[in-house]
Design a protein around this ligand. Sequence first.
Ligand SMILES: [Zn+2]
Length: 263
Amino acid sequence: MKTLPFVLSAMLAASAIGAAQTLDLAKYQIVDLSHSYGASTLYWPTSTSKFALNREASGRTPGGFFYAANSLSTPEHGGTHLDAPHHFSESGRTTDQLPLEQLVAAAVVIDASAQAAKDRDYRLTRDDVLQFEKQHGPLARGTIVLLRNGWSRHWPNAKAYLGDDTPGDASKLSFPSYGVEAARLLVEERGVAALGIDTASIDYGRSTDFQVHRVAAAANVPGFENLTNLDRLPPRGAVVIALPMKIEGGSGGPLRAVALVPR
Ligand SMILES: [Zn+2]
C-alpha cells in the first residue's frame, strides 16, 4: 500500500477534528480531466494562432544515443485551459498569482447533461444550483464547481462542439454553459474557488457580453474550460488538482487537471 503524507485543505475542511490527515492514494482513482494538445486541439474561431510543436531535435547523436527535444507555442485560451481572473478584469489575478487553494480543492459536479441534450444553448439556472444543494447538501466556501454538459463526446469536432466551424467567425457559436444568475449565486453567495466546465467557455456560446466571465473575474475566481471525463466523477467527494502552466502575467494558460475520486 502506497501511503503518502499529503495534506489537503479540502480534506481538512471535511474533517470535524481539523487535524492533519494522511492521504492514502490507494483509496482513490486518479481521473484525467484534460484533453491532450495537438493538431486537432480546438481554439476560439477568432484565435490567430494554434498549438504548435516544433521539433528541435530527434534522432541518434554522435554519442550513439537517442535524443529528442521540441519547442512549443500556443494561445493561452484553447484546449483544456485556465481563465485567470485577469482575462476579464484589469486588476484581477494573473495566472501566476492564483492561490493554490483555488486550484486544489474539493469539487462538486453539477450535471446539466439532460438539459443540454435538449437545448444546446442551455444556461444553468439559479434553481438548478439550489436543486443540487437540496439533493447533495450545501456548497462549502472554497469548493471547485464543475458543470457537466456531456459535451466532451463532441471533442474535437469543431462544428459539433462549438456549434459552428467558420474560421474567424465567433458570431454563430452554440453550446451550453453557466447562466449569470447561477454564477452570481456560486461566486458571490457561496464563495466557490473556481468554475469548471466541459464546454469551451464559462459563458454559453451565444454570449456576446461574457457576463459569467465578468462576475467570476471581479471576485478573482478562475475558470477551467474544455475539461473532459466529468462523467467519471461523483456529484460530491472528488478532489480536483488543476495546475496551469505558471505564466508570469498570464491571462490564462494550458491546464493539466486531474481528480482524485474515492474508490
Ligand atoms: Zn478561456
